[in-house]
Design a protein around this ligand. Structure first.
Ligand SMILES: [Zn+2]
Length: 801
C-alpha cells in the first residue's frame, strides 16, 4: 500500500505513459488508499477502529514509527545574502541574491529548483487561467477593477541573470512559478554550492490585485505603504518524502521552504521606516539618535512605548526623501524573509522576558495613523500575549523579535513578522467585530511563528497542519485574553453547521482541492484538536503529547503521520479511530438516545414478586371492548352453576407450593449468592444510535428522581463491535428520571433533539409581519408625475419672486 503510494509519486514525475499507469493503479486500488483493503459481504459495516498503518506511510530511518524524526533524518540548508532596492517611484523590487545551498540529503542532485511565487501575479498564470467564476450578477466596483487587473497587470519576476560562484552564467528554465537551475556538475550528498540570481518585478497594487504581498496607496497624503513577501527566488524544499516539493503555486497552498540564515540589505527612500524578519544590524545608520534611545528604553519597558509617535508619523507623511538608506537585517534559522516599508509608520515596542529564555524578545508594531486608536492599544499587547500562551503549549519562542504590521494584507505570516489588516473607521470608532478581528488576527499570525515557521510542515500539501493547529492554539490564547472572548473557532458547537453540510471534503485533502476552505482547514481541525483535548484525552495527556510533537519537530519538517503517531505515542492512547473519522472522512457526530428500559431484579420471594406482578397486571389499562362489554348480561349470571374453581383462581396468588419452592431455593444458596439476590440496583438499558457516522465518546448526564445528577463518560470504543447501534447497561442506586447526551455540547453533535430521553418539546419563537403592499408601475409613474408637477409649481412661484 505504501509501496504504491511512494512509487506513484515517482511515476507521476516521469513520462506521461507512466503517469497514466500510475493513475490506473490508483484507481483500481482506490479502496486501498483509504485503508479499506478488506471487504465483508456479511456484516455490512466498515471497521471504524481499523488501525491506520495501512494508510500512513511506512516508517523508515527518516521518520520512525513513534512519529519522531528517525536516526537518519536530514534536511537541506539554504543560506541567503540578498541586496534589494524598493523603488518607491515605480513600485518595483530590484534584487540580487547569493544562495549557498547545502545538500544534506543522501542523494546526488543534478539540478536545483527555486520558487518564483510572484509569477502567480501575471495575467497568464495558472492561478488566473484556471480560476472559475460564478454567474455575473451585481459586481462591485472594486471587484470589477480586480477583474480587469487580472487581465492586464504583470507582476511576474524578470530574471536578469543566474550565475555560478565564479560569475559564469548557469542554464535555467522558468516553468510557471518554478525555476530549474541546471548544475554544471551534480551536487553530491554532503556538498555545498553557491550561485547568484538577480531579478526585478512590479509590486502589485493591493486594491486591484490583492495578494499576500503588495502596496497600499494613500490618496490623501500621496504615500505608499509596502508589505513585501515571496519577493525573492527561494529554494524549493527537497525532502525525504516528496523529493522536490515543486507543486505549482495556485494561490491556496502556501509555502514549503528550507531553513537557513539570512543577511538582507534593503535600500529604501531615506525617510522610510523598515520592519523586517531578523535583527537590525545598523540602527546607527538608519535611525535617529532619539529613536535609538527610545528603542533601548523599550527593551525594559513594562508597557508598549512609542519609538515613532503618532504625531511624528503624521508629520513624516509630508516629508520628501533626499536620497536612499540601506537597512541591514540578519536572521538565523528562518525559512523565509519578509519586510514592510513606509514613511507613514508609527512604531511601538516592548521588550518581553519569556519564561525559559535568556534575552528579552522585542515585540513591535508598525502602523499608519489610519490604524489608530486601535493599533497602539492592542497590537503589541496581542503579540506578547501570543508569545506567552503559545510558548506555554509548545517551546519558548526562539527568535529575537516578533512584529505585527498594519497594511493592505488582511492577515499573513512570515518568520518574526506578520501583516494584519483591521482598522477603525475614519472617525476613530470601531465595531466589536473590528476590535476582536484585530486581536484575533494578530494572535493567529504571530502564532504562525510556531506553525509553520518553526514546526515546518508542508503548506503546499496540507493546509490544516499550520492553519488548523494555529487556529486551535489561537482559541486557547483568545480564551486567556479576557473572560468570554468571542472566539469564532474552537468551540465544537460552532462547527455543527459545517459538519453536517454536504459540500465538503475530508481534512486530508490537498490545499488546492479543499471545499469550504476556512471551515475545512481552520475550523474543523481546530475543533478536532479541542475535542481531542477536552473530551478524548483530557488536558493533561493532550498537552503532554502535543508539546512532545512540537519539541520533536521544531526546526524540522513533520508530516501528518508524524503528528498522528506522536500524539498516540506520547499519550499512550490509540487514536486511529479519531484520525480516521475526523481527518479522513466527512462523517459528523449525531448520536441519539433511542430508548431507555428499566430492569429490576426479582427477589424470588413469591410474596414480593407475585404481588408486584399482580399489581402491574391490575394497573394495565382496560380495553375499550372490555369497558363496553361490562354492561352486557353474562350467561354465568343466568346460570351460576357454570362457574367452577377457575372462576375464582388467580395465577398470581401466592400458593403454598410457591412458598416451599422459594424456601428450597434459598437453602441451595450460599451467603454470597443470597446477598446478590438482595441487590437493590436499578438496571437501565440505554439504546444508542449513531446517525452521523462519526464514532465518538458517549457523554451522558443522568438525572435521578430526586433531581440529583451524575456524569457518565464512555470512551468511543463503545462502538467497536457495532458503530451504528449499541445498548449500554447502566446500574444506578436511585431511579432515573431522564438522560441527556452531551450536555456540554463538547462533541459537535449536530442534532440535539434526539439527545434527550424522554424527549422534550422544542421551544422557539416566531414573529408577525405586516404584508408588504405591492406597487404597480402605473401607480409609480403617476406619483412621479405628481411630484414633478409640484416642483414645477414651486419653480414658477420662485420665478415670480
Ligand atoms: Zn493562518
Amino acid at each position: 500500500m505504501n509501496f504504491m503510494k511512494t512509487n506513484c509519486r515517482t511515476l507521476v514525475q516521469g513520462t506521461p505513459f507512466t503517469s497514466l499507469l500510475c493513475w490506473v493503479l490508483l484507481l483500481t486500488s482506490g479502496s486501498l488508499v483509504y485503508g479499506q483493503a478488506v471487504s465483508n459481504g456479511k456484516f455490512k459495516q466498515e471497521d471504524k477502529f481499523r488501525q491506520l498503518d495501512e494508510v500512513l506511510p511506512t516508517p523508515n530511518g527518516f521518520r520512525n514509527a513513534s512519529g519522531a524524526p528517525g536516526e537518519k533524518y536530514w534536511q537541506q540548508q539554504a543560506d541567503y545574502e540578498i541586496d534589494v532596492e524598493l523603488d518607491d517611484k515605480l513600485q518595483k523590487i530590484i534584487g540580487s541574491e547569493k544562495i549557498t545551498y547545502t545538500n544534506r540529503s543522501p542523494d546526488t542532485l543534478s539540478y536545483l529548483w527555486l520558487q518564483l511565487d510572484t509569477n502567480i501575479l501575471s495575467f497568464d498564470s495558472d492561478a488566473h487561467l484556471t480560476g472559475t467564476s460564478s454567474p455575473l450578477g451585481k459586481v462591485g466596483y472594486k471587484s470589477m477593477k480586480q477583474l480587469l487587473a487580472k487581465e492586464s497587470f504583470d507582476g511576474s519576476m524578470k530574471i536578469e541573470a543566474v550565475r555560478d560562484a565564479k560569475g559564469e552564467p548557469l542554464p535555467y528554465a522558468v516553468i510557471k512559478t518554478m525555476m530549474r537551475i541546471d548544475l554544471p556538475r551534480p551536487l553530491a550528498s554532503g556538498e555545498s554550492t553557491q550561485f547568484s540570481v538577480s531579478w526585478s518585478y512590479l509590486i502589485n497594487d493591493s486594491q486591484s490585485r490583492p495578494a499576500r504581498t503588495g502596496y497600499e496607496y494613500f490618496k490623501k497624503d500621496k504615500n505608499f505603504l509596502y508589505e513585501i513577501a515571496h519577493w525573492f527566488p527561494r529554494m524549493v524544499a527537497y525532502t525525504d518524502n516528496t523529493g522536490w516539493q515543486h507543486k505549482q503555486f495556485l494561490g491556496r497552498g502556501e509555502f514549503t521552504l528550507e531553513f537557513g540564515n539570512y543577511l538582507v540589505r534593503i535600500t529604501v527612500p531615506d525617510d522610510h521606516i523598515v520592519a523586517a524578519t531578523g535583527l537590525l544590524q545598523n540602527p546607527e545608520k538608519v535611525l535617529t539618535a532619539e529613536q535609538q534611545k527610545r528603542l533601548k528604553q523599550a527593551e525594559m519597558a513594562k508597557k508598549p512605548m512609542f519609538i515613532i509617535t503618532p504625531e511624528e508619523a503624521k508629520k513624516n507623511e509630508s516629508s520628501k526623501p533626499t536620497g536612499k538608506k540601506t537597512w541591514e537585517f540578519k536572521a538565523e534559522n528562518v525559512r523565509d524573509f519578509a519586510f514592510a516599508s513606509s514613511r507613514k509608520f508609527i512604531w511601538d515596542a516592548q521588550g518581553h522576558q519569556l519564561k525559559g529564555k535568556k534575552d528579552p524578545v522585542m515585540a513591535m508594531s508598525f502602523y499608519p495613523n489610519e490604524g489608530e486608536p486601535l493599533w497602539s492599544k492592542y497590537s503589541t499587547h496581542a503579540i506578547i500575549h501570543t508569545l506567552n500562551v503559545f510558548s506555554k503549549y509548545t517551546f519558548p519562542y526562539p527568535y529575537p523579535v516578533a512584529i505585527s504590521v498594519n497594511g493592505p494584507v488582511g492577515g499573513m505570516e512570515y518568520p518574526m513578522i506578520c501583516f494584519n489588516g483591521p482598522r477603525p473607521e475614519k472617525d476613530g470608532t470601531y465595531s466589536k467585530r473590528t476590535k476582536y478581528g484585530l486581536i484575533s488576527v494578530i494572535i493567529h499570525e504571530v502564532g504562525h511563528n510556531y506553525f509553520p515557521m518553526i514546526v515546518n510542515s508542508d503548506e503546499r500539501q496540507w493546509t490544516w497542519m499550520d492553519e488548523g493547529i494555529t487556529t486551535f492554539l489561537q482559541f486557547l490564547t483568545e480564551q486567556e485574553w479576557e473572560p468570554d472572548y468571542p472566539s469564532r473557532r474552537g468551540e465544537p458547537r460552532n462547527m455543527v453547521n459545517y459538519m453536517k453540510s454536504g459540500y465538503q471534503v475530508p481534512i486530508m485533502t490537498n490545499s488546492e482541492s479543499i471545499l469550504q476552505f476556512g471551515n475545512n482547514a481552520y475550523g474543523k481541525p481546530a475543533t478536532a484538536l479541542n475535542v481531542l483535548r477536552e473530551t478524548v484525552l483530557g488536558r493533561e495527556l493532550f498537552d503532554y503529547a502535543f508539546k512532545e510533537y512540537t519539541r520533536r519537530w521544531m526546526f524540522k519538517r513533520p508530516t501528518p503521520a508524524d503528528f498522528f503517531r506522536t500524539m498516540e505515542d506520547a499519550s499512550g492512547v490509540d487514536l486511529d479511530w479519531f484520525w480516521r473519522g475526523w481527518f479522513y472522512t466527512t462523517d459528523h457526530t449525531d448520536i441519539a438516545v433511542e430508548n431507555v428500559r428499566q430492569y429490576l431484579l426479582e427477589t424470588g420471594d413469591p410474596y414480593v414478586d407475585k404481588v408486584r406482578r399482580k399489581k402491574k397486571r391490575d394497573e394495565e389499562p382496560e380495553s375499550l371492548s372490555k369497558i363496553r362489554n361490562k354492561k352486557l348480561p353474562k350467561r354465568t349470571d343466568q346460570f351460576p352453576e357454570l362457574k367452577d374453581f377457575y372462576n375464582e383462581y388467580d395465577d398470581l396468588d401466592v400458593t403454598d407450593a410457591d412458598r416451599k419452592k422459594f424456601e428450597a431455593h434459598l437453602k441451595q444458596l450460599d451467603a454470597d449468592e443470597k446477598k446478590l439476590l438482595e441487590t437493590q440496583h436499578y438496571f437501565y438499558l440505554v439504546d444508542l444510535k449513531n446517525y452521523g457516522g462519526l464514532v465518538m465518546p458517549v457523554i451522558l448526564k443522568l438525572t435521578f428522581d430526586d433531581d440529583t445528577t451524575q456524569m457518565l463518560r464512555i470512551p468511543a470504543e463503545i462502538w467497536r463491535l457495532n458503530n451504528q447501534s449499541v445498548s449500554k447497561l447502566i446500574l444506578t442506586e436511585k431511579p432515573l428520571k431522564s438522560l441527556t447526551l452531551d450536555p456540554h455540547r463538547e462533541t459537535a453533535d449536530t442534532q440535539l433533539s434526539n439527545n434527550e430521553f424522554p424527549r422534550t418539546i422544542g421551544k422557539s419563537f416566531f414573529q408577525l409581519e405586516k404584508s408588504k403592499k405591492s406597487k404597480n408601475e402605473m401607480q409609480k409613474q403617476q406619483k412621479e408625475k405628481g411630484k414633478s408637477k409640484a416642483s414645477e409649481g414651486e419653480e414658477k412661484q420662485q420665478d415670480k419672486k
